[in-house]
Design a protein around this ligand. Structure first.
Ligand SMILES: [Fe+2]
Ligand SMILES: [Fe+2]
Length: 257
């Protein structure tokens, strides 16, 4: 089975890139399942039912997310009816769920988990390491599950590596998201877990992580907060990785448009 995992899709330009290239990639690369991070889908901040539907129509099968997922407040009422995870280690009883089983037909069940790192992010989160233990323990004896993937949405590469080695041999893949910057450290860890620190964003790359350059430069020069506006022009990138469950490989699959 080949799983395509797309990093943070940023705002309308990111959605346009996905619509433009994904159907062909699925055909040419013989992709069986597409997962994407949805936390920046709508205006770069969170997701909506409509933007999720747009991406489902383009070929995405399931979504993970991250710290921004509830920035569109309407999404709190929508998430339970959509194939979207929110981080499992948000505290309390938020809507949505942090893990799911995806039925991949002849390829069996896939356990998909979404967790948020804490370093430089949000001190109110539950411990993602112990939350991963807790979730994996629920499925220890489930032999219907053929593959386990975690989207570890985090800022800090050392936390990502520590988490990946903690998971090595216990899940099939740990892929990173959130920084919007692609890394080239895709690797098979010693106990066979596939890993990459960050898939990177899909959207306008002539920007500061998707936001207009001038605004962020002024943010740093002036010392004052600025209203963020998302870049609409410039070069676009499609950033993803392909997980081959038979060969046990993780390869970058990028496209600059
Ligand atoms: Fe994020
Ligand atoms: Fe993001």
């Amino acid at each position: 089975m080949k799983i395509l995992f797309i990093g943070d899709i940023v705002a309308r330009p990111g959605r346009e890139v996905v619509k433009e290239v994904l159907p062909n990639i699925i055909k040419k690369q013989k992709i069986d399942l597409v997962i994407a991070n949805a936390e920046n889908l709508a205006h770069g901040r969170g997701a909506t039912k409509d933007t999720i539907k747009e991406m489902l129509d383009a070929g995405v099968n399931y979504f993970t997310s991250g710290d921004h997922i509830f920035w569109q407040h309407s999404f709190e009422d929508e998430i339970d009816s959509l194939p979207v995870l929110r981080p499992a280690n948000f505290p309390g009883d938020l809507p949505g769920k942090g893990y799911t089983l995806i039925d991949a037909g002849k390829n069996g069940q896939i356990l998909l988990i979404n967790l948020l790192g804490r370093v430089f992010l949000n001190e109110r989160l539950d411990d993602p390491f112990r939350k991963a233990d807790e979730i994996l323990n629920l499925f220890l004896d489930d032999d219907q599950i053929k593959y386990k993937i975690i989207d570890f949405h985090a800022e800090c590469s050392s936390e990502k590596y520590a988490f990946a080695y903690y998971m090595d041999g216990r899940v099939d893949a740990v892929v990173g998201s959130h920084t919007h910057v692609p890394t080239c450290d895709n690797i098979v860890l010693p106990s066979k877990t596939l890993y990459i620190s960050d898939i990177g964003m899909t959207g306008i790359i002539d920007s500061v992580l998707g936001v207009k350059n001038d605004i962020i430069i002024q943010y740093y020069l002036s010392g004052l907060n600025q209203k963020f506006e998302w870049e609409n022009t410039g070069r676009k990138a499609f950033r993803s990785v392909i997980l081959d469950t038979v060969l046990n490989t993780i390869e970058r699959f990028d496209n600059i448009l």
